[in-house]
Design a binder for this molecule. Structure first.
Ligand SMILES: Cc1cc2nc3c(=O)[nH]c(=O)nc-3n(C[C@H](O)[C@H](O)[C@H](O)COP(=O)(O)O)c2cc1C
Ligand code: SF4
Ligand code: SF4
Length: 445
């Protein structure tokens, strides 16, 4: 039986799945139910001088049949008094002493940070998370992402917290920044024990076409919100990877952003996350999703012989490189499995209009199965991505695999295109039809 226990910067947790600081961790009642369902830890809804929230607060991108593919909110930090939150942290800790409770916090002056750190520790919090991430409302008041976007301020406030902290301190980063590793390094310099990322991405989720107001609408007006949910996972994964690969960055990472199932969680761990936090998926489907996540994670570990999470955290990192180190001589082309094809011809349209005119149609109108023109195919994958039938279009390797050559090597050898009309341009090897053929006209010579 794989061991899911994790030690995150000194914080013990029965498993690496935590609830992110957000509405599902707003009060003790919810956190008790979450632990009972199987979550290993929670980051409590951000403690702060209580705010006043607006209604409505949420908007979503419903993409085709998928509701909340992207989720947007203009909610602020906790609107409950800090003392109520602390009392409930203390209560929950008595019922679940082995589970991780992290107190998220966001304050202004140094004395407020100090007082909050002392109070949260006295309440039994196992760790603290500094919210330098909210990209709406709180940033207008000089907090949240206003701090996360300013490495110097981030390091300074972190160091204030470290003056009183006796439990591990996690700095939660904002993705609304050009280079996330600058913020990660500032957290390290400020003395933090760990980082978590990402908080939400500043966003405008849509405009109502009748009232011309942005969504979500507050009495005819609106404001930018923070974007999260499945749509943001690729951005979050890349930022976690960037931090994990930074040569001078040494702290543990908690990965957040669009996690909905065990595969998402494992992917974050493979790029270096030690724990994984979830918000939107729980707001959508409830605490119960933890059952599928944990059983999937366990099965994944069993199938590959991993005894503990340490066996695979960061295991994808050696395979993630810079573009200049990719093999320019690796060649694949598409192939269509005739027996599986349903004749929708989506692949034909995609390649004809959006790629390299490498798919043909049969002369017989009753034969709707397209064919690949091998010599035109550049192996871009587009047809396989648009094909609605799993496994119908696969990519076949055509090079020998013996002649690896990278851009970096070609730079060193001086064999890269250098002039506007260089005969070594990669595209010169590709087929392109004559423009006149677009209108069915004979080729111009
Ligand atoms: C409605 C809502 C409220 C949130 N409130 C907080 C908060 O108080 N503190 C915080 O650090 N992050 C807050 N977040 C951000 C989440 O903790 C998380 O970083 C983000 O939603 C990305 O994760 P997800 O894609 O799983 O939702 C909030 C997110 C949502 C959707
Ligand atoms: S997209 Fe797939 S199913 Fe549709 S025609 Fe092409 S190969 Fe066949
Ligand atoms: S891989 Fe790209 S170029 Fe090749 S057939 Fe498919 S869409 Fe066309």
């Amino acid at each position: 039986m794989p061991d899911l226990k994790v030690n995150f910067a000194g914080i013990e947790s029965p498993n690496p799945l935590w609830l992110a600081s957000a509405p599902p961790t707003n009060c003790g009642y919810q956190v008790m139910r979450a632990f009972d369902a199987g979550w290993g830890g929670v980051v409590w809804k951000t403690l702060a001088v209580p705010v006043i929230n607006v209604s409505s607060r949420y908007g979503a991108v419903n993409y085709r049949d998928t509701r909340m593919a992207g989720f947007n909110n203009i909610e602020l930090v906790s609107d409950r008094p800090v003392s109520d939150n602390l009392r409930e942290i203390e209560q929950v800790k008595k019922y679940f002493p082995k589970h991780a409770i992290i107190a998220s916090m966001m304050f202004g002056p140094r004395e407020e940070w100090h007082q909050a750190v002392i109070d949260a520790q006295n309440a039994g919090a196992d760790g603290l998370e500094l919210n330098f991430g909210c990209p709406h409302g709180m940033n207008e008041r000089g907090m949240g992402s206003a701090v996360g976007q300013n490495p110097k301020a981030l390091a300074t406030i972190t160091s204030w917290v470290m003056e009183k902290a006796k439990v591990p301190v996690i700095v939660k980063l904002t993705p609304n920044i050009t280079d996330i590793t600058e913020a990660a390094m500032a957290a390290q310099e400020g003395g933090a024990d760990a980082i978590s990322l990402i908080n939400t991405i500043q966003s405008l989720v849509g405009i109502d076409l009748d009232t011309f107001a942005p969504l979500p609408i507050v009495d005819g007006m609106g404001t930018n919100g923070g974007y999260c949910g499945p749509a943001v996972k690729p951005i979050a994964l890349n930022m976690v990877k960037n931090c994990a690969q930074h040569k001078d960055f040494k702290l543990p990472i908690s990965g957040i952003g669009g996690v909905e199932n065990w595969r998402d969680a494992v992917e974050f761990m493979l790029v270096g996350a030690r724990t994984v936090q979830v918000c939107t998926a729980v707001m959508h489907y409830g605490f119960g999703i933890i059952r599928e996540i944990l059983s999937g994670l366990e099965q994944f570990m069993r199938d590959r012989g991993f005894a503990s999470v340490d066996d695979f955290i960061g295991k994808a990192l050696p395979n993630i490189t810079t573009w200049e180190n990719l093999n320019l001589n690796y060649r694949i082309i598409a192939q269509i499995e005739r027996d599986r094809c349903i004749g929708c011809q989506l692949c034909y349209t995609a390649c004809e209009d959006g790629a390299h005119q490498a798919i043909g149609l049969a002369d017989d109108p009753d034969d709707r199965v397209p064919f690949i023109k091998d010599e035109n195919c550049v192996g871009c994958n587009l047809c396989a991505l648009v094909c609605p039938v799993e496994g119908c279009i696969t990519m076949k390797r055509t090079d020998e695999g013996t002649n690896k050559e990278t851009w970096k090597q070609r730079m060193a050898a001086g064999t890269i295109p250098e002039t506007f009309d260089d005969s070594r341009a990669g595209g010169l090897a590709h087929h392109v039809p004559d423009p006149a053929e677009a209108l069915g006209k004979p080729k111009q010579s």
